[in-house]
Design a binder for this molecule. Structure first.
Ligand code: WTA
Length: 665
C-alpha cells in the first residue's frame, strides 16, 4: 500500500462508524425511472445493457457493432453509427417540446432570460452559421472562455452542430492557462465574453484573452459576447461581437453528420505532471452515457426543473448542464454567479423562484452552507425539491446529514455521484428508487459499469478492505485518448494494473477507496499528486512549477492539506534563491504569481519559506512528511531523510504560518 493509504485508513475509520441507512421511500420507489432490483444488480452483459439503452438518443444510421475492444485500451462504441449530438438535444424536441423551457437563465445581478427548446434550436443554428462564415469546419477546434451565460451552452452546441471540437477553458483560469490550452489544441476560433459577473464584480475575460492571444498563432477569429457591455478592445479583422455575427444568420442549419467516434470535445484536466491533459471525448457513446445516467440518477420526469450548480468550464457542466439534460428534453436552471450574492440565500431563492425539483452541487458548497447556518435555507420554500445530489469530492457524513435534513427536509433521496472528467458520466452512485444510501458512501457502480478495489498487485481486495479504485471494463462515455498523446493515455490510465499478455485491461482512476461488507464504495480521495480543492483537480506539480517560475524561487514543494470547507487547501513550501529574503510582501507576490500562471483557484492558502526541503537520500521530496507537517500530525521516523534536522524547523514555521495565513481565502 502506498503511504497515502495510511491516512486514508484514518479517514475511513471515521466514515465506517457511520451506521445510518436511508432506504428509498415506498412512494419514491413506486414512481422512480429505475426501480427494479434486477436491473440494479447489473447481472446482464454490459455490452447488451448499453445497446438496450441506445434508443435514448437519436441516431442517423445504426452501428455494426456495439463495442470494438480489439485494440485496447482504445475503445470504439457504436461502431460505424452516424449522428449529430445536437439532433438529440434540439431537433427532436421540436416535435413535442418546442415551447418547453430548456434553460431558465438567472444572471448574478438579477436579470433573467427564459429560453425554450425552439429558441435554443434557433440560436444554436444562427451561431453555427456564424462560425461557419468565420471558417470553422468539421474537425476544427474551438476554444471557449466564458462566464456562465446562455451563449456558453449555445457555443458548445454550435460547435457540435458543425462537427467541430470544443475545448472549454474555465473562466477562472488565467491568461497563461488559456494560452497553453489554445496552443495544445491548436484552436482556430476563440469564443469569449467582454466580462463576466462574479460576486458583484466584473471579471475582465476579454482582457485576459487578449493577453493570451499574443502567443496563440492558431487563432484566426475571436467572437465576443457582450455580457456587461463594458468598453473593450476589439481587434479589427480578428474580433467580432456575437450579436453582430448572428444577427443576419439563418436559424436553420443542417447538422453535419459525424461518426459515433468523431471527437466532440477536449477538456483539460490536471494529472500528475505539470502539463494538463487534454481529455478527448467522442460523440455517440458519450451522449448516451450522459443522457441515461442523467435520467436514472436524478430520476428526471418531464415536468421537472433541474439545477446543477457547476460551471460549464468543468466536466460536470458539460455532461449535466448541457448534454445529458438537453438530450432528455429537461428544463434546467442556468445560474451565472456565486451562492452569496447579494446574500447567502441566493441558491435557495433560486430554488424557490423556479420550483427546482432536482438540485446537484458540490460537498464544498454544502460545507460552506453549513458554516453560514440553516437560517438562509429556512427563509425559502424548498418544498419543490424531490432529489438532491453531490459530486466532486467525498462528502463527510455530517455534511450529508445536514444536506438531507436542511435542504432535502428528509424527503429527498441524496445521490452522491462519483465520476471523473475522464469517465464522461456518473459511474458510482445510488439509483434513487433502488439503493439504500449510507451517508458518505457513493454506494455502488451503476448498471453497465464495472468497478473493483485492488491492492498493489492488482488483486481484488475482499469486502471490508481498501485499496485502489479501478474500472474493469469499457463504458460508453470513457475518454478515448489524451489529445495528441496516446502513449500517455495508455500509460497513465491503463499502465498500472493491466496485464496485456493476459489481455486484461484495467482502468486506474487515481482514487483510493474502501468497500464495506455490504459492497458499498467509500471514496477516500486521490492517491497520486493531485489535490482536490473545492472539488477542482489541481496538480501539485503544476503549482510547484508555477512557483519555481518566479525569479526568487529556487525550489518548491506543494501538498494538499485537509481543510474543513474546501476539502483540501494548497500548502506550499518554498526555498528561495541566494540572498533573497522571505517576507510577507514576497509571500503575497508568490501567491499572486501562481494565480497569474494558473488561476485564482490554484493560489496557495499558505506558503512556508524554508532553507531546505526534506528529501530522501535519493533526492526525492518527501511530500508525505510535508502533508503531516501541514496537518500538524505527529511526525514519524525521519531518519531516512538526507536532511532530517530541517524537519523541525519547517514544522515550527508551518505552525505559525497556518495560524497567521489562515486556511483558505
Ligand atoms: C473526485 C468531477 C468522492 C475523485 C466529476 C475523482 C469524488 C475526481 C466524487 C474527479 C465523489 C468526484 N466522491 N470523490 N462523489 N466525485 N470525486 O475530473 O477524486 O473534476 O477522481 O470530475 O474528483 O474530478 P473531475
Amino acid at each position: 500500500m502506498p503511504e497515502s493509504h495510511d491516512e486514508a485508513a484514518v479517514t475511513i475509520e471515521a466514515l465506517m462508524d457511520e451506521q445510518r441507512t436511508f432506504p428509498p421511500s415506498a412512494e419514491f420507489r413506486a414512481q422512480a425511472n429505475v426501480n427494479s432490483e434486477s436491473e440494479y444488480q447489473g447481472g446482464e452483459d454490459f455490452v447488451k445493457y448499453w445497446e438496450k439503452q441506445a434508443h435514448h438518443i437519436q441516431w442517423r444510421s445504426p452501428w455494426t457493432e456495439v463495442l470494438d475492444w480489439s485494440n485496447p485500451p482504445f475503445a470504439k462504441w457504436f461502431v460505424g453509427a452516424k449522428l449529430n449530438v445536437t439532433e438529440s438535444c434540439l431537433d427532436r424536441h421540436l416535435v413535442d417540446k418546442a415551447d418547453k423551457v430548456a434553460y431558465y437563465f438567472e444572471g448574478e445581478p438579477g436579470d433573467s432570460r427564459t429560453i425554450t427548446y425552439r429558441e435554443l434550436y434557433h440560436e444554436v443554428n444562427q451561431f453555427a452559421n456564424g462560425l461557419e462564415e468565420l471558417g470553422v469546419r468539421k474537425g476544427d477546434r474551438i476554444a471557449i472562455y466564458m462566464g456562465m451565460v446562455p451563449e456558453l451552452p449555445i457555443a458548445l452546441l454550435a460547435s457540435a452542430r458543425l462537427g467541430a471540437t470544443h475545448s472549454v477553458v474555465f473562466g477562472g483560469f488565467s491568461s497563461d492557462a488559456l494560452r497553453d490550452r489554445i496552443n495544445d489544441a491548436e484552436a482556430k476560433v476563440l469564443v469569449t465574453c467582454d466580462e463576466s459577473w462574479r460576486n458583484g464584480s466584473r471579471v475582465a475575460l476579454k482582457e485576459y484573452a487578449d493577453h493570451a492571444l499574443e502567443e496563440t498563432p492558431s487563432i484566426e477569429k475571436v467572437v465576443v459576447v457582450a455580457r456587461t457591455k463594458a468598453a473593450i478592445n476589439m481587434v479589427e479583422g480578428r474580433d467580432v461581437f456575437y450579436h453582430d455575427l448572428i444577427a443576419s444568420q439563418s436559424g436553420e442549419k443542417v447538422a453535419t453528420e459525424t461518426d459515433s467516434e468523431d471527437p466532440l470535445f477536449i477538456l483539460y484536466t490536471s494529472g500528475t505532471t505539470a502539463r494538463p491533459k487534454g481529455i478527448q471525448h467522442t460523440t455517440g457513446g458519450y451522449l448516451l452515457g450522459a443522457a441515461v445516467t442523467h435520467k436514472n440518477v436524478f430520476d428526471i420526469k418531464d415536468d421537472d426543473v433541474y439545477w446543477c450548480t457547476a460551471d460549464i468550464g468543468w466536466v460536470t457542466g458539460h455532461s449535466y448542464i448541457v448534454y445529458g439534460p438537453l438530450a432528455n428534453g429537461t428544463t434546467s436552471v442556468l445560474y451565472e454567479g456565486v451562492p452569496n450574492f447579494p446574500d447567502k440565500d441566493r441558491f435557495w431563492s433560486i430554488v424557490e423562484k423556479y420550483h427546482v425539483s432536482q438540485f446537484y452541487t458540490a460537498p464544498t458548497a454544502i460545507r460552506t452552507f453549513m458554516k453560514w447556518g440553516s437560517e438562509y435555507a429556512d427563509r425559502h420554500d424548498l418544498s419543490s425539491l424531490k432529489l438532491i445530489g453531490t459530486v466532486g469530492e467525498p462528502i463527510n457524513p455530517e455534511a450529508w446529514i445536514w444536506y438531507n435534513q436542511t435542504i432535502g427536509h428528509e424527503k429527498c433521496p441524496v445521490v452522491d455521484t462519483w465520476w471523473q472528467t475522464e469517465t464522461g458520466h456518473i459511474m458510482i452512485s445510488p439509483l434513487p428508487g433502488v439503493t439504500t444510501t449510507k451517508p458518505g458512501s457513493a454506494t455502488m457502480p451503476l448498471p453497465g459499469i464495472g468497478a473493483d478495489i485492488v491492492d498493489d498487485e492488482g488483486h481484488s481486495v475482499p469486502l471490508g478492505g481498501g485499496g485502489y479504485l479501478v474500472l474493469t471494463h469499457p463504458w460508453p462515455g470513457m475518454l478515448r485518448t489524451i489529445y495528441r498523446d496516446p502513449e500517455r493515455f495508455k500509460d497513465v490510465y491503463w499502465g498500472r494494473f493491466s496485464k496485456p499478455s493476459e489481455n486484461k485491461w484495467v482502468y486506474f482512476a487515481g482514487d483510493g477507496a474502501k468497500r464495506d461488507t455490504d459492497g458499498y464504495y467509500w471514496l477516500l480521495g486521490r492517491v497520486d499528486d493531485v489535490m482536490n480543492i473545492s472539488g477542482h483537480r489541481i496538480s501539485t506539480l503544476e503549482v510547484e512549477s508555477a512557483l519555481v517560475d518566479h525569479p526568487a524561487v529556487a525550489e518548491a514543494a506543494v501538498v494538499g492539506r485537509a481543510d474543513a470547507t474546501t476539502g483540501q487547501a494548497i500548502a506550499a513550501f518554498v526555498t528561495l534563491k541566494g540572498t533573497v529574503e522571505g517576507n510577507e510582501t514576497l509571500l503575497q507576490e508568490l501567491r499572486n504569481h501562481v494565480a497569474t500562471k494558473i488561476g485564482k483557484i490554484a493560489r496557495p492558502a499558505s506558503i512556508v519559506f524554508t532553507d531546505e526541503l526534506p528529501k530522501t537520500r535519493s533526492g526525492k521530496i518527501m511530500r508525505r512528511l510535508l502533508r503531516d507537517i501541514s496537518e500538524q500530525r505527529q511526525l514519524g521516523d525521519v531518519t531516512t531523510l538526507a536532511n532530517a534536522d530541517v524537519v523541525k524547523e519547517i514544522a515550527d514555521r508551518a505552525n505559525s504560518a497556518a495560524s497567521k495565513q489562515g486556511s483558505t481565502e
